[in-house]
Design a protein around this ligand. Structure first.
Ligand code: FAD
Length: 306
């Protein structure tokens, strides 16, 4: 089985999801080749064939040009799977490639079970297992679902890729900084996050107080942000921030893959949850089975007294 992995760079930096695609393809047992619109300096350090298209020529992003670059690499490799990160880059590009090739697409793969692809649906509440019937398929892989354990020191065998399509109807203009945040979770050494388990907006203060007692910042899962209980700058996860504090305390958070992707690189994870079987228990170093609304004030008091 052959897999062509579509790597992603942003503003000169190769994204880590490129290595996660390698981990996923290795789990599939696939022979790997890579394609990147970037520069030689951004090449993934993996001992595999890399088709490299010049980002200065083809642009940071251009749906048409990048599509043709992926198709040109696919023509050379004839892969069974063409695999994209499940990011805004992959969301836009993967269906264009699938439609041009007239092949099916499996979106948001989060696991491989008995050789079949497990995908997330209904906002991560359900999982479905699928197995493409056709010889070729396009896949997108959720960030954080596959961990690359190898050394990032392999030497790719680079082949420059050129396409005849020289221009696009769309022009990449640039990135805009997000609205000013009221908190910078990326720098926090301790984050205490509130999940839907806190129940209502008025209870978020209990978790914020615990965060303060720890000398840390308040984080949140997406439902808490979507409900308007706290601002988006507090959100941790694939559509929020990726954080790696020394201590992460998850309060009333189930541990959906989209949340885990944003915090699982924390040095030490404590989860406080009423349900001992909540998926977060698999990522947690310490799992406290308790009502967080009862425990948090007591814990905050103890910390202040210490
Ligand atoms: P729930 O899953 O509802 O879990 C609540 C938990 O609280 C349960 O485990 C329950 O046992 C526990 N609980 C209840 N009451 C108490 C109590 N009194 N004390 C202790 N424990 C209690 N999610 C994110 O967080 N970040 C993202 O960036 C993100 N991006 C997403 C992007 C996409 C494209 C999609 C589809 C989803 C995304 N999600 C994201 C949503 C994600 O799939 C989950 O729905 C979400 O993380 C669940 O949040 P939660 O754990 O707070 O809520």
């Amino acid at each position: 089985m052959k897999a062509l992995l579509v790597c992603e760079q942003r503003e000169g930096k190769l994204l880590d999801t490129s290595y996660e695609l390698v981990a996923f393809a290795e789990r599939l047992g696939a022979e790997v080749s890579l394609v990147l619109v970037g520069t030689p300096a951004q090449a993934p350090q993996v001992a595999a064939k890399l088709y490299l298209a010049d980002v200065n020529k083809y642009g940071e992003y251009s749906p048409e040009l990048h599509k043709h670059i992926v198709l040109a690499a696919a023509l050379k490799e004839n892969p069974d799977y063409i695999i994209f990160p499940h990011s805004s880059y992959g969301w836009d590009l993967a269906p264009r490639v699938a439609a041009t090739l007239r092949v099916g697409q499996v979106s948001e793969v989060v696991n491989i079970v008995d050789g079949k692809l497990e995908v997330s649906l209904c906002n991560g509440k359900l999982r479905r297992t699928v197995s493409p019937k056709a010889a070729r398929a396009v896949l997108t892989v959720q960030a954080g679902a596959f961990n690359y354990a190898g050394q990032k020191s392999g030497a790719p065998q680079v082949e420059a890729i050129e396409i005849s399509q020289g221009s696009s109807a769309l022009q990449f203009v640039g990135y805009e900084p997000a609205e000013k945040k009221d908190v910078d979770l990326g720098r926090a050494e301790i984050i205490v996050s509130a999940g839907r388990g806190v129940g209502k907006k008025e209870n978020v203060g209990v978790i914020a107080d615990l965060a303060k007692a720890f000398g840390g910042e308040l984080g949140a899962s997406r439902p808490v942000v979507d409900a308007g209980w706290v601002g988006h700058s507090h959100q941790v996860g694939t559509t929020g921030q990726t954080v790696s504090p020394k201590l992460y305390v998850a309060c009333g958070i189930s541990g959906a893959i989209q949340h885990l992707a944003g915090m699982k690189k924390s040095d030490f994870i404590v989860a406080i949850n009423k349900d001992k079987d909540a998926p977060i228990s698999e990522a947690a170093d310490v799992m406290v089975v308790a009502d967080v609304l009862a425990l948090a004030p007591v814990l905050a008091e103890k910390l202040r007294a210490a």
